[in-house]
Design a protein around this ligand. Structure first.
Ligand code: THU
Length: 136
C-alpha cells in the first residue's frame, strides 16, 4: 500500500471531526499539503440557507491562504463513504486558482483511497476567464 499521503489523509480525517453539517449530516474533512511542508485542515460548514454551505476543501485552502501559503502539492478529502469522494465543480475551480496540477487524494474512513490529478477533473480551468486582464 502506498504510504506517501498517510499523514495528509490522517489530517483530513481529523479535520472531518469538526464538520458542521446539521442539514446533510454528511461530514467531510480535507487537508492541504503546502509546498512549504505545512498542512492545513478543514471541514464542511453548512448553512440554513443551503447554498451558502462551504465545502471542506475550500475551508482548508482558505485557512492555508490566510496563513500566507499559496503553493500547494496535494489535498486529501475524507468521508465515510463506500467509494472515495472527489471535490465538487466549484471546489475544483477554487483549487485550480492556485494549483491547476494539484494532486487529489480521496480517502474513505475504511481505508480505500484514490489518487488523481486536478487537471484531469478540471482541464483548462482558466480558459476564457478575464481574457484581457493580467492577474497577479
Ligand atoms: N461536501 C464537501 O465538503 N466536500 C466534497 O467534496 C463534497 C461535498 C459537503 C458539502 C455539504 O455540506 C455536504 O458535503 C453534502 O453535499
Amino acid at each position: 500500500m502506498d504510504t506517501q499521503f498517510d499523514n495528509l489523509i490522517q489530517s483530513a480525517i481529523k479535520g472531518r471531526l469538526k464538520a458542521y453539517a446539521p442539514y446533510s449530516r454528511f461530514a467531510v474533512g480535507a487537508a492541504v499539503q503546502c509546498k512549504s511542508g505545512a498542512i492545513f485542515a478543514g471541514s464542511n460548514i453548512e448553512n440554513i440557507s443551503y447554498g451558502l454551505t462551504i465545502c471542506a476543501e475550500r475551508i482548508a485552502i482558505g485557512s492555508a491562504v490566510a496563513a500566507g501559503e499559496r503553493e500547494f502539492v496535494a489535498i486529501a478529502v475524507a468521508a465515510d463513504t463506500i467509494e472515495p469522494i472527489v471535490p465538487c465543480g466549484a471546489c475544483r475551480q477554487f483549487l485550480a486558482e492556485f494549483s491547476p496540477d494539484l494532486i487529489i487524494v480521496s480517502a474513505t474512513l475504511r481505508g480505500d483511497r484514490k489518487i488523481e490529478n486536478l487537471s484531469r477533473l478540471l482541464p483548462d480551468p482558466k480558459r476564457g476567464i478575464l481574457k484581457n486582464v493580467h492577474t497577479l
